[in-house]
Design a protein around this ligand. Structure first.
Ligand code: C5P
Length: 234
C-alpha cells in the first residue's frame, strides 16, 4: 500500500533565537527544511510529501525548495499550517484525505529534525505495517523527575520504562485521521501524534530511534549531532 509523508514546518521556532524560523535557517549550506524533506523524497517507498507551511513563510518555503531537483516536484505539495503543531498536522492529514487516492500509511515528521536517516524512515514504515501506530524512541540516560509548579519534585520516574520519542511517527492513515478529527477541540495539549493515537485508544509501538536524529530547538542545536557528542569521538 501507498505511504505518504507529512512534514510539519509551520512553527515560529522562537526558542531558536532571532531571525528566520529555525526550519529555514542554514545548516551546512542548506535550509534545515530542505535537508529534512530530501530524506523523504529520496526514498522510492514514499509516494508523496506534504509540507505544512505558515502562510507568512511562503516566500521562505519557495526559496528553500528551489534547491530541489525537478524530478521531485511531482511528489511534493504544501498546505497552510495552523496555530498549534496538532492543527498543522491535521491540515496535512485533511489534504491527503481530500486527494483521490489517500495513502494506506502516513509518516509524520518535524521539519526541525534534519538528520533522520533512510534506515530510520524504512524502520518506521515496516513498524507501521506491523503495528498500526509506531514511533521511534531512545532509552533515556538522564534521570527524569516530575515537578510541580513550584519546582518541587513530585516523582522520580523509573528510567528503564522511559523512552525519549522522536519523529518520524508512522500510522495507518485512516486511524490517525480519525483520531485527529476526534481530538479537535479537546483541551489537552498533545505534543506529538502518538499522544493523539493513545488518547483515541490506539496501541502505539516504540521502535529504535537514532541518537543523531535530534530536534533543532535552541541556537546551539545547529551544530551537527556528531559535534554534540565529543566523548564518542575522543
Ligand atoms: O515547537 P516544536 O519544536 O515542538 O515544533 C515541532 C515541529 O512542529 C516543528 O517542525 C514546527 O515547525 C512544527 N509546528 C507546526 N505548526 C505549529 C507549531 C509547530 O508545523 N503551529
Amino acid at each position: 500500500g501507498a505511504v505518504d509523508a507529512i512534514i510539519v514546518a509551520a512553527g515560529r521556532g522562537e526558542r531558536a533565537g532571532a531571525g528566520a524560523p529555525k526550519q529555514y535557517r542554514d545548516l551546512d549550506g542548506e535550509p534545515v527544511l530542505l535537508r529534512s524533506l530530501r530524506s523523504f523524497l529520496a526514498l522510492p517507498a514514499i509516494r508523496r510529501v506534504v509540507v505544512v507551511v505558515r502562510a507568512e513563510d511562503r516566500g521562505l518555503f519557495d526559496a528553500a525548495v528551489a534547491g530541489l531537483g525537478a524530478e521531485y516536484s511531482g511528489r511534493l505539495m504544501s498546505v497552510d499550517g495552523g496555530a498549534s503543531r496538532q492543527a498543522s498536522v491535521r491540515h496535512g492529514l485533511e489534504a491527503l484525505a481530500s486527494m483521490t487516492a489517500p495513502p494506506d500509511h502516513v509518516l509524520i515528521h518535524d521539519a526541525a529534525r534534519p538528520w533522520a536517516s533512510a534506515s530510520l524512515i524504512r524502520r518506521a514504515i515496516t513498524a507501521a505495517r506491523t503495528h498500526g501506530s509506531a514511533v521511534p524512541g531512545l532509552a533515556v540516560s538522564d534521570t527524569i523527575k516530575a515537578v510541580d509548579a513550584c519546582g518541587q519534585v513530585t516523582a522520580t520516574l523509573p528510567r528503564p520504562a522511559l523512552r525519549a520519542i522522536q519523529t518520524p511517527q508512522a500510522f495507518r492513515f485512516a486511524a490517525i485521521l480519525d483520531a485527529h478529527r476526534r481530538a479537535l477541540g479537546e483541551p489537552a495539549e498533545f505534543t506529538d501524534d502518538a499522544a493523539i493515537a493513545e488518547w483515541a485508544g490506539l496501541p502505539v509501538h516504540v521502535f529504535e530511534g537514532e541518537a543523531a536524529n535530534s530536534k533543532i530547538t535552541h541556537p546551539h542545536d545547529f551544530r551537527a549531532p556528531v559535534m554534540q557528542a565529543p566523548a564518542a569521538s575522543l
